[in-house]
Ligand binder design. Structure first.
Ligand SMILES: *Cc1c(COP(=O)(O)O)cnc(C)c1O
Length: 453
């Protein structure tokens, strides 16, 4: 019998996260202070994040110890299984082996607690009482609510309004874990009031919600802001996924030819990819692919530029692929992939040609996701469907080329709380959506005068 699940004992959980900064052939451009145009220093970030996380954000140390209290919480659901998708392989009828890390195994059902837990821990030991954050589809808000409950912190979440209305169950998860969830734009902050004055019916966006959460956090010395993706320390925490996968693959003597993940802000993709990118930098022949939506094609069609992380232009300028901080994506259902920018680490790797990006339409992604559910069982999150579409494409290529391939990807989460998106797809209400060149050009006007990397 072929082995379907490769599991690690609790004692085999990785004890350190991997920091790619130590191995980059070319260093990254630094984030810039928006006022001075100079590289930001730790003190600039101190009102927003605790200093222990700022140190991680700027660290170039290769291995960083995972604190014991964080490991203890990780062990509630980690190590996650590495599974082989044999039924899906049969369905595709291509010369591929498909392995996936099942991150839907966490209590909120996605990879996000891999960073929510350490972020709550580092804030707690720094003496912080409350975290403010934003959430798109609600996965991050629910993950951080759970993590804050575990370490005795308060949690306030600004949720993109369109998702707040479409996805009541995530709001209830946040409430159950004790988080306070506010639809954004809201009248709680100046940033929110400004948007509402211009457009009272604004569906909200991650950029707007980030502005609200930062404003809310910096107004109070006992509170800090927390971000669920994009930043270096978030990607660092997520490397636990790829490090576990390497141990699991070693147990069965497998080496992936292709490593894939869906990319919104870039964290689950980086989580599986960065340990393998290290191998690639040191000479291994692996292709590493990020899958994004055609409706928010940050990596495939956005330029590499300095841009703000939020619409109110309060964050440092980050060197990244971006569609412009003023970009408000169509309310497509893959809520978690609707961010205008992309993690600077992932952007840098794409710019350097180490990582490849591909974009997929939502009809294609749901078609792939439904095939998956009918063969492998688990209903994938709409975001995860993007990487499944990429796997289908990769299998077709292998078939055409007559080449055997081993594919590894992060199954970033299950879709049980996102069934409204499946309703739209199954009842034919979902349309193809590709962002037009005019829309991109319009959104990029807003960053014309910023410094260039
Ligand atoms: C948030 C989320 C994503 C996208 O975020 P990344 O930072 O790009 O990983 C993808 N899949 C799921 C299930 C998510 O919750």
């Amino acid at each position: 019998m072929e082995q379907r699940k490769i599991v690690l004992a609790d004692s085999e959980i990785p004890r350190q996260w991997y920091n790619i900064q130590a191995d980059l052939p070319k260093p990254m451009c630094p984030p810039l202070h928006p006022g001075t145009g100079k590289p930001v220093n730790p003190e600039d970030l101190a009102p927003v994040f605790p200093m222990n996380l700022i140190e991680q954000e700027m660290s170039t140390q290769r291995w960083i110890d995972i604190p014991e209290p964080v490991l203890e919480k990780y062990l509630l659901w980690r190590p996650t299984p590495l599974c082989r998708a044999i039924n899906f392989e049969k369905l595709l009828d291509a010369p591929v082996k498909i392995y996936y890390k099942y991150e839907g195994a966490s209590p909120p059902g996605s990879h996000k607690p891999n960073t929510a837990v350490p972020q709550a821990y580092y804030n707690k030991v720094f003496g912080i009482k409350r975290l403010s954050t934003e959430t798109g589809a609600g996965q991050w808000g629910s993950a951080l609510s759970m993590a804050c409950a575990m370490f005795g912190l308060e949690c306030r979440i600004f949720m993109v309004k369109i998702s707040y209305q479409q996805k009541p169950y995530r709001r209830l998860m946040m409430a159950t874990w004790g988080g306070e969830c506010i639809p954004s734009p809201s009248d709680r902050t100046q940033a929110g009031r400004n948007i509402l004055a211009e457009d009272p019916d604004s569906p909200g966006s991650l950029g707007i919600a980030i502005s609200e959460a930062i404003e809310d956090a910096v107004g109070n010395k006992d509170s800090r802001y927390s971000l669920g993706s994009v930043l270096n320390h978030v990607l660092l925490h997520q490397t636990v996924i790829g490090l576990e996968a390497q141990k699991q693959l070693a147990k069965i003597g497998e080496n992936p030819d292709v490593v894939m993940g869906c990319a919104g802000g870039g964290s689950n993709f980086a989580g599986i990819a960065l340990p393998f990118v290290c191998d690639k930098i040191h000479g291994k022949n692996i292709s590493v692919v990020a899958a994004e939506p055609t409706s928010c094609p940050t990596l495939t069609r956005g330029p590499f530029a300095y841009d703000f992380g939020d619409i109110a232009m309060t964050t440092p300028l980050l060197p990244m692929h971006t569609l412009g901080h003023g970009f408000v994506p169509e309310p497509i259902h893959a809520g978690g992939l609707r961010y205008h920018g992309m993690a600077p680490i992932v952007s840098h790797l794409v710019k350097e040609g180490i990582v490849e990006a591909r974009a997929y339409d939502q009809i294609e992604t749901f078609t792939a996701g439904v095939k998956w559910a009918r063969s492998e069982g688990v209903i994938p999150a709409p975001e995860t469907n993007h990487v499944i579409a990429a796997v289908v494409q990769e299998a077709e290529r292998a078939k055409q080329e007559g080449k055997e391939k081993t594919i590894l990807f992060t199954f970033s989460g299950h879709g049980i709380i996102d069934l409204a998106a499946y309703d739209a797809f199954l009842s034919g209400k979902l349309a193809q959506h590709r962002l037009s060149d005019e829309e991109i050009a319009r959104a990029l006007k807003g960053i014309e005068n910023l410094p260039k990397p």
